[in-house]
Write a protein that binds this ligand. Sequence first.
Ligand code: ZN
Ligand code: ZN
Length: 408
Amino acid sequence: MRIRIENCGLFDGLGHAVQPGMHVLVADGAVAEVSETAIAAGADRVIDGTGMTLMPGLIDAHVHIAAATPNLAALEAMHPTYVAHWTARNLSKMLDRGFTSVRDVGGGDAGTKFAQAEGLIRGPRVWTSGKALGQTGGHTDFRGRSRAELSDIQRRHLPSLGRIVDGVPECLRAARDELRLGADFVKIMANGGVATPTDPIDWIQFTPEEIRAIVTVAEAACTYVAAHTYTAKAIEHACVNGVRTLEHCNLIDDRVAGILKERGAFAVPTLVIYDCLDRHADAIGLGQDNRAKNRIVREAGLRSLEILQRAGVPMGYGTDLLGWMHDDQSEEFRLRGQVLPAADVLRSATSVNAALLRRPDLGHVAPGATADLILVAGDPVADIACLTGQGERIPLVIQGGQVVKDAL
Ligand code: ZN
Ligand code: ZN
């Protein structure tokens, strides 16, 4: 399939502005030509891009594709096939919003990744950690104080987002087991969480020895570890023990941002989930303790972006939404646009996340790049809200050189 897009604006995923009057040829799954003048080569389809901007397909580096409900304790009791169908619909809607790749950081399984790659379901390309690893009483432990048994949480293949491990031998075994099942990297919970019942957000989770054991397993398998972290202390703890991507980072400070920069780590802020939990606390039935925890991280969110930007830490785009909240996936653009230049936010969701995924062929538009592309009505650098909603202003999505959404 050869597609020629004529006279469009181009945001290439690397620069600072939209270049007007550009011409792009897609052939055999890749970008074949990018030109300021008309391209003569023939094509199966010719698209007039007047008034529109072509840019790389969006990448979300922090999603939970199988979180069929915001109530994560209830999720564990849901029927696995129900959750699988819910996941497929969730992915389809992400593709409509322009996301052509996502990284699942807990709960997604490799079966979904293989189904998408084979074309059994439509959706973004999927990278997944499988189940996240957390300690007893940590951010994968939803038992509260009244339940003792662990069997459901630890044994079910689907649908809980995490498993519970304690001590170096269990950490080694669980990390190896998730990789055996098809995980692309390992996710750990290294700090208290908003949604869990018994772990305040200033609690550090896992010992240095446990984290280093998991990092050793991941690196031996040619991959890396991602960690859930809020406080500066927890971020430092995870980073100095070898974690490569630090998720959330709401309560980071300048000193620890400097450590991330020095070690070449990525930060993946996820502001929209805290905004969403705040707006829908009643509908979700969020407890008073959890609301108080959410308030702390929500208020620090925008400040964390400024700290990370100042330190020059590469910042990925993430959202962390659960259940029906996924409709707000692109609201993260609007939130970040309040404190960061729009082009920087767009790079987070394109070339920065491609580097995070170690996929240099994605996230930019240049000859030889994989043709994951979206056409946006308007100029997203001038008005980042073009990308919000459910993809109403994204009439065309191309993935691997094939048209996968066509509302032109
Ligand atoms: Zn988290
Ligand atoms: Zn998460």
